[in-house]
Design a protein around this ligand. Structure first.
Ligand code: NAP
Length: 250
């Protein structure tokens, strides 16, 4: 089958590997935000489609049989586009979204509905480890009474004010490295998104150990779609797809 994976996550790469190993024709689509992304097996296209209509056009032109949305849990726009495009083209959609981190104990972290709310929770004078990506920084940049250590995979494009220090880092991160970083930078607060998964959880463990306050930005709501939480669960469903015809040459 011709399968389009909307990617940009470790799960999307693993799924592309598993499906190409089963001889499906797999195309992974990346938004193109990072200049050197980890490339999944199979074909890769980059740069977006032009909204839900553009995605539907692509699905028809490329004669895609099955759509998988394996994008990051905070990539709400492309997930909404996937639902609309699958409906418009009448193909099946499966969403692979890793489970959110559960609160380990009551009041372990402060939940914030979005970046604006998270920025509002910070007390004046806080030294904040900010791991929310390069986009959506505006509410934090308005907090001139705090200092920020911003970590992202690639440096922010915009010029940042003096109270923000930008560092680069690509997951996975180890607990010892996170502990050392937070100690060295005298962090008092961690602001992060509830991304789920194991690659970026070490900073939260480190924050608990150091008694650093954690502000957790909740996931955006997504339109309804058939959904699984792991690559294995996705493969259980996808292994029921008709196997592609294979030609054997003697
Ligand atoms: P978004 O806000 O949901 O999407 C904005 C636009 O970017 C979409 O309308 C689409 O443009 C394009 N786009 C997004 N993902 C795409 C994909 N996989 N393939 C082709 N086009 C895509 O997305 P975002 O939050 O900026 O995230 C962008 C990408 O980074 C996603 O693929 C996601 O998996 C990955 N990522 C995001 C985060 C995060 O925290 N948001 C973290 C790690 C990785 P068109 O309308 O032109 O098609």
């Amino acid at each position: 089958m011709r399968i389009l994976i909307l990617g940009g996550t470790r799960e999307a790469r693993e799924l592309a590997g598993a499906l190409t190993a089963r001889h499906h024709t797999v195309t992974t689509s990346l938004a193109g935000r990072t200049s050197q992304p980890d490339r999944p097996p199979g074909r890769v296209i980059t740069g977006g489609f032009g909204g839900a209509e553009g995605l539907a056009d692509y699905i028809e032109r490329a004669r895609i049989d099955y759509l998988i949305d394996a994008t990051h849990p905070f990539a709400a726009q492309i997930s909404a586009n996937a639902v609309a495009a699958a409906e418009a083209t009448d193909i099946e959609l499966l969403r692979l979204r890793r489970p959110a981190w559960p609160v380990p104990e009551p009041n372990a972290w402060v939940e914030a509905e979005n970046a604006q709310a998270a920025a509002g929770v910070l007390p004046p004078g806080a030294t904040v480890f900010l791991t929310v990506g390069r986009q959506g920084l505006a509410p934090f940049l308005a907090r001139k009474d705090c200092r920020f250590l911003l970590r992202s995979i690639e440096p922010p494009e915009e010029q940042l004010p003096g109270f923000v220090t930008a560092i680069e880092g690509r997951p996975p991160f180890s607990r010892n490295d996170e502990l050392a970083l937070m100690r060295r930078r005298r962090i008092t607060h961690l602001v992060t998104k509830n991304a789920g998964g194991r690659d970026t959880y070490a900073k939260i463990e480190a924050a608990f150990i150091l008694k650093i306050r954690v502000i957790m930005i909740e996931r955006p709501a997504l339109p309804k779609a058939p959904e699984v939480g792991s690559v294995a669960a996705a493969m259980e469903i996808l292994s029921q797809l008709p196997a592609p015809k294979r030609f054997v040459f003697f």
